[in-house]
Design a protein around this ligand. Structure first.
Ligand code: FES
Length: 253
């Protein structure tokens, strides 16, 4: 075997549907290019399975460059795998030991139920966004870019919060299955900008109420969410979300 290839033993969660029990199945892959992505390895495995007439392994992906937040696997028990600050699609085979065993499971959280194999239903996050993760504006031509001055410090903080790609890794890592980091990034992003101020009180109240309704747990400051976030969104945002919530509640929004 040349220096640039490797083998891997995969233990992959297979589950036919939401209401059927699942389990880990073993697959061995050999002659893999160390520089291929982990998802390309799964693509190759699926090609083999299809050739053999077996069902392909279902998993989500879209951009495959860490932008969209569609991918998301628990790899070796860690949301998005063992490498910090990357998404599942950015993991390369060289990040695993040659000949080692890799356990691959879906994100685990009750409000993100498994649909099939490694695919989970993340529509609960969409419903949280629908509850208040937006600004209401009048339609028309775009305003001049400098018409609303925004302090640089606030613009930077808003951009940092806006880097959340909504992948759900924070929820999968949280022992309470809390969506607080996700939600706080969305609330903070708009609270730093003047355009987000008119609806700020009712936004935090409505989004948190929806999070509770969806069955997500409460934040108890474990910090696991920040540790696995591929975009390194800070848990400072959770404190800001709480301030927004209390301001909204006290103002009767
Ligand atoms: S597929 Fe888009 S972030 Fe991974």
């Amino acid at each position: 075997m040349s220096d640039n290839t490797m083998s891997i033993n995969l233990k992959i969660w297979r589950q036919v549907g939401p209401d059927t029990p699942g389990g880990l199945q073993d697959y061995r892959m050999e002659g893999l290019d160390k520089n291929m992505s982990f998802l390309e390895c799964l693509d190759l495995l699926n090609e083999d399975l299809i050739k053999k007439g077996e069902a392909a392994i279902e998993f989500d992906s879209d951009c495959r460059e860490g932008i969209c937040g569609t991918c998301g696997l628990n790899i070796q028990g860690v949301a998005h795998g063992p490498k910090a600050a990357v998404t599942t699609c950015e993991i390369r085979m060289r990040h695993f030991p040659d000949g080692g065993t890799v356990i691959v499971e879906p994100f685990r959280a009750a409000p993100l139920p498994v649909i099939k194999d490694l695919v989970v239903d993340r529509s609960s996050l969409e419903r949280i966004m629908e509850a208040g993760g937006y600004v209401s504006t009048n339609v028309g031509s775009a305003p001049d870019s400098n018409a609303v001055p925004i302090p640089k410090q606030h613009a930077d903080k808003a951009m940092d919060a806006a880097s959340c790609i909504g992948c759900g890794a924070c929820i999968a890592a949280c022992p309470n299955a809390s969506a607080s980091l996700f939600l706080s990034a969305k609330v903070s992003q708009l609270s730093y900008l003047p355009q987000g101020h008119p609806e700020r009180g009712k936004r935090a109240l409505a989004m948190i109420a929806q999070m509770d309704k969806e069955g997500f747990g409460a934040c108890s400051n474990h910090g696991e969410c920040e540790a696995v976030c591929p975009k390194e969104v800070s848990i400072e945002n959770i404190a800001r979300m709480r301030r927004e919530y209390f301001k909204g509640a006290l103002s009767g929004a």
